[in-house]
Design a protein around this ligand. Structure first.
Ligand SMILES: *Cc1c(COP(=O)(O)O)cnc(C)c1O
Length: 291
């Protein structure tokens, strides 16, 4: 919701919004609902699913009003380094376009990676950046729909107006959930740390399992709780691959095409070790059958 409000508050019909692909499924639809035009920049696993400054520069036009950055990423788990982000942010600042920084997975990073926020880079970047985050992924509050948005005064005021006339407020029980995080910061930190350790173990288990399957290759992503293996060797569309895997082996994955990235599937490791092992076994059997 924070993303949608940020887009509604800043985007007018005909404005272009740059969305790096693979992208979270909702961004293009949110842009279209606001009358904007999504412009995609595609990053493959060969570049770690990260767009380069050259790619970003090439897609900007006088009509560009916003660039979306989602690091760590859903669906790829890619995490931009500070230097990589600084290069992209510098281009946005020079062009004077809004930066929508979706940092909802900010606390779920591995391999000693760290995240950083474009809004902290410079006063100019702070003025142009709309930072959104939320409780869903960090505190297992998925579906409670409670997020945060930090932006300049004008944008925050517009967002507040939009919210008061639409959803009005966040649901009360979700607010109490978030309140608990702030009332018991030590407990919240400890449970987050415990969760991150479990996620990391599952990430490495799933990654090793995927890369052991002949024909599959998976980029070592460093954040969120997703892996995004490349399935091109099997010669099926990602939608066909996912449908057949579900029908024949009862394993649910999301086709890359949903994220603007044909040739990949998304797996979530926000599940138990036992289910990951079972899923891997079935996926391996399925891939062997495809040959
Ligand atoms: C889950 C998710 C959100 C939104 O989460 P809600 O709190 O359910 O609204 C936003 N951005 C990304 C990239 C996500 O994966």
């Amino acid at each position: 919701m924070s993303c949608y409000l940020a887009i509604l508050a800043t985007i007018s019909p005909g404005d272009e919004v740059v969305i790096p692909a693979p992208y979270w499924v909702s961004y293009p639809e949110m842009v279209k609902l606001a009358g904007g035009i999504p412009r995609f920049v595609v990053a493959e696993d060969t570049t770690g699913f990260k767009v380069t400054p050259e790619q970003l520069r090439a897609v900007l036009t006088p009509k560009t009003r916003m660039v979306v950055i989602n690091s760590p990423s859903n669906p790829t788990g890619a995490v931009y380094t500070r230097a990589e982000l600084e290069a992209l942010v510098a281009i946005c600042v020079k062009a004077g376009v809004w930066i929508l920084s979706d940092e909802i997975y900010e606390h779920l990073v591995y391999d000693e990676q760290s995240t950083c926020s474009p809004a902290t880079f410079s006063p100019e970047a702070a003025r142009l950046t709309i930072t959104v985050s939320g409780y869903a992924k960090t505190y297992s509050m998925t579906g409670w729909r409670l997020g945060t948005l930090v932006a300049c005064k004008e944008v925050s005021a517009a967002v507040a107006d939009l919210q008061s006339q639409t959803t009005s407020n966040a649901t009360t029980f979700a607010q109490f959930g978030a309140l608990a995080v702030h009332q018991h910061p030590d407990k919240a930190k400890a449970s987050l740390a415990e969760m991150a350790v479990a996620f990391d173990r599952r990430r490495l288990k799933l990654l090793a399992g995927l890369n052991a399957i002949p024909g599959l290759t998976c980029y070592r992503s460093q954040g969120a709780f997703y892996l995004f293996p490349n399935i091109r060797k099997f010669g099926l569309s990602s939608a066909d691959f996912a449908a057949r895997l579900l029908e024949e082996e009862l394993v649910a994955v999301v086709p890359g095409s949903a994220f603007g990235a044909e040739g990949y599937i998304r797996l979530s490791y926000a599940t138990s070790d036992a289910i990951i092992e079972k899923g891997l076994e079935r996926l391996a059997r399925f891939c062997a059958k495809l040959g």
